[in-house]
Design a protein. Structure first.
Length: 295
């Protein structure tokens, strides 16, 4: 009986060992990779393949998953670095970089600390780009500076299998002395603009006053022209009358002017006594005779 049990157990041990070997081979040979990862497979210490998301098969006991790399977008810790602009102003730049690993087989074999390497690269590029610009350009063209930094960092890390998705400049800080100088400059610029505005206002007022005087002179000239035209017309009428009626018309006009002059003197304010010239009565008589003769 014991011999039979020993024989059965011996046969089953072999089967059990084979079954365990098969299960272990399946466990080691089947790899399920999450959607957010890629696995780097090595065979005897050398790169064999890169497993993508889903079910993958490797050779058990020969191949092994050496690296499990996340392909999600990553953000580097915010970093600050000093830089000097082209006009010798010391600024402190706060930057943030986002990246993701596209080719993990290049990342794991070419660089040890990805985050530190990218931060060092960004710091050098930021200093180089800031050194090409003046302080006013750094403040006004931040978007252009960000694009330059992103392109430069992308070129530098391309050999590591990394894609830089975003680069941001969070803040540009200045030392207190520079801030005070900029504040003084700003106040001076405001004062200059106020002075220019006041001067332009005074200039405009002078121009408007000159335009008003010119307009008044033009209107006065037009009025004098109208009076001159009226006087010329009256003179032409008198000349025509003289030409038609001879000296009688001229004498009539002279007598009429004398009567109008005497009447004006008599109508003056505060006049108590009117002194008539010697020929005033004769002028009245001549005027009435001419009117009577015309009638």
């Amino acid at each position: 009986m014991e011999d039979i049990l020993i024989g059965l157990v011996g046969d089953n041990i072999v089967i059990l060992l084979l079954a365990g070997l098969v299960l272990l081979s399946l466990f080691l040979g089947i790899r399920i990779v999450p959607q957010s990862e890629k696995h780097v497979v090595e065979r005897f210490g050398r790169l064999r393949s890169v497993l993508g998301p889903g079910i993958n098969f490797i050779v058990p006991f020969l191949d092994r998953v050496a690296h499990q790399v996340s392909i999600l977008e990553r953000q580097l810790p915010n970093n600050s670095q000093d830089a000097i602009t082209s006009d010798n102003v010391l600024v402190q730049i706060d930057t943030s970089v986002f990246y993701r690993i596209l080719e993990p087989e290049r990342t794991v074999y070419r660089i040890r600390d990805v985050d530190a390497a990218i931060q060092t690269t960004v710091a050098g590029i930021v200093r180089a780009e800031i050194g090409k610009m003046e302080l006013d350009e750094v403040q006004a063209n931040r978007n252009v500076l960000i694009e330059r930094i992103k392109e430069s960092v992308a070129d530098a890390v391309d050999s590591w299998g990394i894609e830089v998705t975003r680069a941001e400049i969070l803040d540009v800080n200045l030392d207190q002395a520079t801030r005070d100088a900029m504040l003084q400059q700003l106040n001076a610029e405001r004062a200059r603009r106020a002075a220019v505005t006041s001067a332009e206002g005074e200039k405009r007022a002078v121009e408007l006053a000159a335009d008003a005087e010119l307009y008044a002179a033009e209107q006065a000239a037009k009025a004098r022209r109208v009076e001159a035209d009226a006087e010329a017309y009256a003179t032409s009428v008198v000349a025509a009358a003289i030409q038609a009626n001879g000296m009688e018309a001229a004498q009539y006009q002279v007598a009429l002017k004398q009567v109008e002059a005497i009447t004006g003197v008599a109508n003056g304010q505060g006049t108590q006594t009117v002194i008539l010239p010697a020929d005033a009565v004769e002028a009245f008589g001549n005027a009435f005779k001419m009117l009577k003769g015309r009638g």
